[in-house]
Every structure is written in C-alpha cells, then in structure tokens.
Design a binder for this molecule. Structure first.
Ligand SMILES: O=C(O)CCC(=O)C(=O)O
Ligand SMILES: [Fe+2]
Length: 303
C-alpha cells in the first residue's frame, strides 16, 4: 500500500465513486481509514462518517465526533463547518443523545399515518444541507413504468441530488439517524438521501412513493430492493409562497416552516401500497423551495 496519505485518500475516493463501487467498498474504506490514521484531514472527515455509519465496524458516534474534531484541528474547512453546525444543535460536547433526539410529534392523519415534527432540524443544519446541494443539482428522475429504470419525466420537473457515499457527511448522517430515532426504522433500510429543489412553477405532480407490483417493470426491482414503506420530508427553507405538500385524497394541504419534518407511511398494515397516500409537491409561486427527502424501504437490498 502507498504510504502517502494524499494518494491513499485519492485512491480510496476513486474506488468509492467508480463503476465497481460496491465490490471495491471494503478496499476503499481501508485506504481512507489508513490515510486518516496518517493524519490527512479530508480522510479523517470521511473516516468520521464511516464511524457514524458503522461501515465495516460497529457504529461508534463518539469516535465519529472525535475524528471530526481532529480533522477540524488539522485544517479541514468541511470539518470546521460541520462541527459548528452540530455544536449549535448538540451543544459544545456534540452530545449524540441531544443530536439524535427528535422533537415532539403532531399526528395529522391516522390511516394512512401522517405525522408532523415541527422544529425537527436546526436552522444551521438546514442551511448546511442547502449549501452542500446547491451546486450539484440535476433534473429529478422517476421510475419508468415499463422498465423500472430511472428516467426524466414531466411529472417531476424540479431538480434534485442524491447523496451517494462520497457526497455524504456527518450532518446528513445525523439527520438520517434522527429520522431513525423518530420513526424507529433502522438507517440500514434508508435509500440514499435526496435533496429536492423547486424554482417557481416547478413541481412533483401527484404520485405515490410506493412502487406498484402490478407494473411489470417494478416486479424485479421490488424483489431486489423491497417496497418503499415510508417517506420523511424535512423542509429546509422559508421565503417562498405556494409549494405545499398536498394529499388530494385526504384533503391535506401541508405548508411547513424551515426545519419542520413530515413523516408518512406509503403502505397499509399488510404492506400493500395505499392509494390514499397519493401526494404532490406543488409549485412555489414565488421564491424557491428546498426539501430533504428520505425514502425508506421494507428490507435491506438483496446481495
Ligand atoms: O416536495 C414535496 O413537498 C413532496 C416531495 C415528495 O413527494 C417526495 O420526495 O417523495
Ligand atoms: Fe413523494
């Protein structure tokens, strides 16, 4: 193995982002951990994330926070930013109990279950996420009903970014873990987080988040990846008009403030897609709307 931590990090990141990322994962993680142990600040930031995710090790939040602080001391700008954001919510000791504790919930609907969490994310957390996503937005995708592949579609003309492992950081992982604490669903069955952006007039037309097994293209996908049982949205900003999340079959027109979260189930008690969960992201009429969107499956992906 190369002894230069910059080269180790570069090789690790190349493997993580490459075509064969899943097969190369363990090697990539080992390279980045070695670069971190050799004191490379950017590698320490990634290694902190591995501790929080439990990537090829038991999950260890205190170790994650220690590595993040060390990276900040060694000059990583990203680490400094993340520490500042997390300190604001978790207090200066980066108390993991405080960081992961969800606020009290407000039930909006019984069946399907829809629950609001006012003040779920701190202002600094929301601003950080927007900052991470802004330069990397791409047209959002939907599943093609015929093949199950991801395609662009006028049903969804907003923009989005999906945070793959190389794009992730501890602030994103803390929000995922807080969602896990709120929903009692393990992070392991979460899809990659998406950040959605709507300019004036852009929308996510009425849709279900569950995948219909009757549609031929979806059957294969469902066997491999399981059903999307729940969705959590965190609204990241204020300063727009319109842009409500609408459930037309339930008469719910939800307008949230920055930092609020919304949880809803997509399936009924037997695990079947519930048509009543149809919803839409309606278009802002002024300003721009940012959302953290977390889709949750019913199982781990088949190996
Ligand atoms: O932006 C919204 O309000 C809705 C987003 C949505 O439906 C989704 O992410 O599945
Ligand atoms: Fe949706």
């Amino acid at each position: 193995m190369q002894n230069d931590p910059s080269v180790q990090l570069e090789q690790g990141l190349a493997l993580l982002g490459g075509e064969t990322a899943s097969a190369d994962g363990p090697k990539a993680i080992a390279l980045i951990d070695t670069a971190a142990a050799n004191g490379h600040p950017d590698a320490l930031v990634m290694s902190a994330l591995f501790e929080a995710m439990g990537a090829l090790r038991p999950q260890n939040w205190p170790a994650a926070m220690r590595k993040l602080r060390r990276a900040a001391e060694l000059g990583s700008e990203s680490a400094r930013g993340q520490v500042q954001v997390l300190e604001e919510r978790g207090s200066v000791d980066l108390s993991i109990d405080r960081l992961l504790a969800p606020p009290p919930k407000k039930q909006l609907h019984d069946s399907p279950r829809i629950v609001a969490y006012p003040g779920f994310a701190a202002e600094a957390e929301c601003a950080w996420i927007i900052g991470r996503a802004r330069d990397r937005l791409k047209p959002a995708k939907v599943f093609a009903t015929s093949t199950g592949d991801q395609t662009h579609n006028p049903a969804r003309d907003n923009k989005a970014i999906e945070f793959q492992l190389p794009d992730m950081d501890l602030v994103v992982e803390v929000l995922r873990a807080r969602i896990s604490a709120a929903t009692r669903l393990p992070v392991a069955i979460f899809e990659p987080t998406q950040i959605l952006h709507y300019s004036v007039g852009e929308q996510f037309r009425p849709h279900h988040d569950f995948l219909d097994p009757e549609i031929p293209g979806f059957a294969e996908h469902l066997k491999k990846f399981g059903q999307r049982i729940a969705t959590v949205l965190i609204y990241l900003n204020d300063g727009y008009e319109g842009g409500e999340t609408v459930f037309p079959k339930l008469g719910i027109n939800h307008r949230a403030a920055a930092g609020d979260a919304l949880f809803f189930t997509n399936v009924d008690r037997s695990g079947r897609g519930d048509p009543l969960t149809m919803h839409a992201g309606s278009p802002p009429t002024s300003g721009e709307k940012w959302v953290f969107s977390q889709w949750i499956r019913d199982r781990l992906p088949a190996q």
